[in-house]
Design a protein around this ligand. Structure first.
Ligand SMILES: Cc1cc2nc3c(=O)[nH]c(=O)nc-3n(C[C@H](O)[C@H](O)[C@H](O)COP(=O)(O)OP(=O)(O)OC[C@H]3O[C@@H](n4cnc5c(N)ncnc54)[C@H](O)[C@@H]3O)c2cc1C
Length: 483
């Protein structure tokens, strides 16, 4: 790639910044256009009254031996020193709290929680996950096409062959028929946060891997997960790239030769024939002036309600587990405050809470349509109060005690829409279902010459780890990028 190549990146989330930094390092002249005034998108932060909150994503992965963030930062020459977190999380079901250890203690824990009859499931899950991690370490490109076939042939090994036969199967096919409600609820709620769907729908290989992230390693960064995006933004600049904050791309113009220009809010027009759209696919269609088909196979399904909660020193014990998943009623659908994810900043983490307290982010899956209806019929405030109460209850369940916050702020789908411009405030990317994962995933290729896609609506899907692989694939498609 010559130093004169211009690449324009729409979106300064983890996907856009990873692609931008790698392309800049490879010699491209890169500009990132970012709507917000900080980097990170769904994995960004905001500060209030001495607290620094993760806005969406909280659980840091990808820094193990073969971890994708570690490899990218190594290639970019960026220092980031995450500490392992153990245990990864605690899952609180109505009748039991189960600790997600990443080491051998997990076997004793799951035996105690689910009995020996569930062992064949867990052993099969781990065997599949081992194959997927090994395949993923080759940084594969899917779905396969003529241009990616050579790369795929290089990274595909005989031990990965069984994965091919799994396409079209759900992870539910692995669960014993007479499995307990506890096991089913545990699997479903864990998959909800990692695959955005439940066992009956989730792709087998993806689901087995999504259930394995504790084993692969969970980490702590002093500034929270947003340290990833801020380090990437630094790398973009170090390698000569530019980030334009508070800058919205409002239109992607195309012609016979493919992508031709970007139009920015305010009227500026930028000639562009290499563009990385690091935004959801629905947003790309909007910028191209195309309809979003209602039967979009791989469309996003969820948004989130979040609460940002600051608590005084002493409220959270020093040895408390940092991440908790809660299910209140296992007879009701998950999400909508019936399940929630609670993440707490580390003990003594002054970068997150200046007073020595803790910064907590809580989130629950929610249906966007119900929020849009509430806004239309004037019941939005009541709805917000109801969700605030549910999320507050989730914190108390996680900590096992009453909590009087010093600060409590609520985020809704409209907050995600406002701060990340994501279509209807939908987050979490494409659910990883039988019809939308791996070989059937959305490619980084858009069908428009010069325009590539990355982020959590492209293969392999959500999480900072997932979007990093999508960014590598997008960057590879535009130039000689190696990691
Ligand atoms: C509540 C919640 C919890 C999560 N938990 C975890 C977790 O614990 N661990 C984990 O790894 N992942 C988690 N995720 C998922 C993870 O955050 C995302 O999959 C990932 O961060 C998406 O990155 P991205 O770059 O693809 O998109 P985004 O983060 O959405 O970034 C897109 C960026 O593009 C900008 N943008 C959009 N349109 C335009 C435009 N037209 N012009 C200019 N800029 C534009 C936005 O402002 C945004 O900064 C969570 C997500 C949420 C919402």
């Amino acid at each position: 790639m010559s130093g004169l190549d211009d690449v324009h990146v729409i979106g300064g989330g983890v996907a856009g910044l990873t692609a931008a930094a790698l392309l800049a390092r490879a010699g491209a002249r890169v500009t990132v256009y970012e709507h917000h005034n900080v980097p990170g998108g769904c994995a960004a932060f905001y500060q209030r009254d001495g607290y620094r909150f993760d806005v969406g994503a909280t659980v840091v992965n990808g820094f193990g031996e073969r971890g994708i963030h570690r490899r990218v930062f190594g290639a970019l020459g960026v220092e980031l020193a995450p500490d392992p977190v153990a245990p990864a999380m605690a899952v609180h079901l109505p009748d039991a709290s189960i600790t997600r250890y990443g080491d051998a203690r997990w076997i004793a824990e799951r035996r105690a929680a689910f009995g020996d009859d569930a062992e064949p499931f867990w052993r099969a899950q781990e065997r599949i996950a081992d194959r997927v991690w090994s395949f993923a370490a080759g940084l594969p490109v899917l779905p396969v096409d003529l241009r990616s076939a050579a790369h795929l042939a290089r990274v595909f090994r005989a031990e990965h062959l069984p994965l091919l036969a799994m396409q079209g199967r759900s992870i539910a096919s692995l669960i014993p028929r007479d499995a307990s409600r506890r096991l089913r609820t545990f699997i479903d709620v864990q998959l909800l946060i990692t695959a955005q769907a439940q066992a009956r729908d989730v792709d087998l290989a993806f689901g087995a891997t999504a259930l394995d992230i504790a084993r692969e390693g969970t980490y702590h960064l002093p500034g929270g997960i947003s340290d990833i995006a801020t380090a990437l933004a630094r790398a973009v600049r170090t390698h000569g790239g530019r980030i334009r904050y508070n800058t919205d791309v409002v239109r992607i113009r195309t012609g016979r030769r493919g992508v031709e220009a970007l139009e920015l809010r305010g009227g500026e027009r930028i000639a562009a024939n290499r563009v990385v759209a690091a935004i959801p696919y629905e947003n790309v269609l909007g910028l191209l002036g195309r309809e979003i088909p209602s039967d979009l196979r791989t469309r996003q399904r969820w948004s989130a309600v979040t609460a940002y909660v600051g608590v005084a020193p002493g409220v959270v014990p020093d040895d408390a587990v940092l991440h908790h998943q809660i299910v209140f009623d296992d007879a009701l659908p998950l999400g909508e405050g019936n399940s929630a994810f609670v993440s707490i900043s580390g003990a003594g983490d002054r970068a997150r809470a200046r007073n020595g307290g803790r910064a907590i982010t809580v989130s629950t899956h929610t249906d966007v349509g119900a929020w849009e209806t509430a806004r239309a019929n004037g019941t939005l405030d009541a709805r917000k109060r109801e969700y605030a109460a549910r999320l507050h209850r989730a914190i108390e369940r996680a900590l096992g005690t009453r909590v009087s916050p010093e600060i409590f702020e609520l985020g809704t789908p409209f907050s995600f829409e406002r701060y990340t411009l994501r279509h209807r405030g939908m987050v979490g990317g494409t659910p990883q279902m039988r019809a939308s994962a791996n070989l059937l995933a959305r490619s980084h290729r858009t069908g428009v010459r010069g325009l590539v896609l990355c982020g959590d609506t492209a293969f392999p899907g959500q999480s900072t780890v997932g979007v990093t692989l999508s960014a590598i694939n997008a960057a590879r498609a535009l130039g000689a990028v190696t990691v």
